[in-house]
Ligand binder design. Structure first.
Ligand code: FE
Length: 181
């Protein structure tokens, strides 16, 4: 009986220790990720508060290229593997092509094999908005720039750790700003 008590005590101690170690590891991972993302950002692009940019469609038409207007304002989709950022590598920030809000960092970019630039997290949750999209019989979640309401792409729940999310974004909706070292 004494041996059983000792075994149960040891097992409990071991499980508690493992849980604590897991929590410490998770905390370190998320802190490291936040610091790395911060290092790639152009500080002048960051905003504390997202103030909406609203313009008449005619104005957007003169400011954006034909392709940008089609994707950002008319919620179009570029053909996969045709954009200039799906296979783009480099340290920096991917900003909104219409209003320059820093949307995604190179730290969270990953190879998805879809032919569209993919990220597992935005620079800041408040920089992107989401909307239910039931067009074409699909049940998807649309991602928009929170400042200018430009259409970016969609977010899916089959992404990698640490978020499990896949932000599938049109290259046309983004411009790349390399980090300054
Ligand atoms: Fe924008």
């Amino acid at each position: 009986m004494k041996n059983l008590h000792w075994f149960l005590f040891s097992a409990f101690f071991l499980i508690s220790a493992c849980n604590q170690a897991q929590q410490v590891t998770d905390k370190n991972t998320s802190l490291k990720t936040t610091t790395e993302i911060g290092a790639t950002l152009a500080p002048e692009l960051l905003v504390d508060e997202v103030v909406k940019v609203e313009k008449p469609e005619e104005e957007w038409k003169t400011e954006l290229t034909k392709e940008e207007y089609y994707v950002l304002r008319e919620k179009g989709t570029e053909r996969s593997f045709t954009g200039d950022l799906w296979d783009h590598k480099g340290e920096g920030t991917y900003v909104c092509a219409a209003c320059e809000l820093p949307l995604f960092s190179s730290v969270t970019k990953f190879k998805s094999g879809t032919g569209w630039p993919s990220y597992y997290a935005p620079v800041d949750e408040k920089y992107v908005a989401t909307l239910e999209d039931k067009k074409h019989g699909w049940n998807r979640v649309e991602v928009l720039c929170a400042r200018c309401d430009g259409h970016l792409g969609h977010v899916f729940e089959d992404g990698p750790a640490p978020t499990g999310l896949r932000y599938c974004i049109n290259s046309v909706s983004l411009d790349f700003v390399p980090s300054v070292k």
